[in-house]
Design a protein around this ligand. Sequence first.
Ligand code: FMN
Length: 196
Amino acid sequence: MEFHDVVRKRRMVRNFTDEPIPGDVIDRIVEAGQHAPSAGFSQGVVYVVVTDKEMRQAIGEIAGEEHYVRDGFDPFISGAPVQIVICTSEQVYHDRYNERDKRAEGEEEIDWPTPYWHTDAGASLMLILLAAVNEGLGTAFVGVFDPPALQKLLGIPEEYLPIGVTMVGHAAPDRKSGSLKRGRRSLDDVLHRERW
Ligand SMILES: Cc1cc2nc3c(=O)[nH]c(=O)nc-3n(C[C@H](O)[C@H](O)[C@H](O)COP(=O)(O)O)c2cc1C
């Protein structure tokens, strides 16, 4: 698929068929996510892929699926045949930025201008979403407001914060998010040329 089409086709899909996704397709999608840039090449982003139905159900519960269903959405979190939990470790970045090439002797660790571990997780998420679309699949992402519950369920070490759950599968007709009523801001609204 043309890159432009992949970008334009990507949207959060909130209903999936239960058709399974072959393992090599899942691996290609995660591999694309792992090809994201990372600060200092720290690579502190790690993935847990879940296909087991009961586990998907449990993840759906933690991610508040019942609230979506109550609002008229399909159970798209547990219903997706593949869930990818993207996790990021702040510690990996501190460790990397204390290595010799990043911190000269006698210097302090950098004053982090933004939490790069989240920047990198977002970059990886985006590649995963686009890679899934490129495979002809639908995809979505939801935040999780109880990360420790997800860590406990999946055995994720405390150091790795799950940033949310990404769903991948064959798209089915879905209910659109109310947020879309806002419409996308125009390019003129968000693009400042030469200076703000
Ligand atoms: C960081 C982040 C968190 C999001 N959290 C949720 C969420 O918890 N539930 C949900 O239904 N959609 C969530 N979304 C999807 C947005 O609502 C969606 O991207 C936005 O409405 C634009 O729609 P589109 O992605 O289909 O173009 C999230 C998106 C991002 C990037």
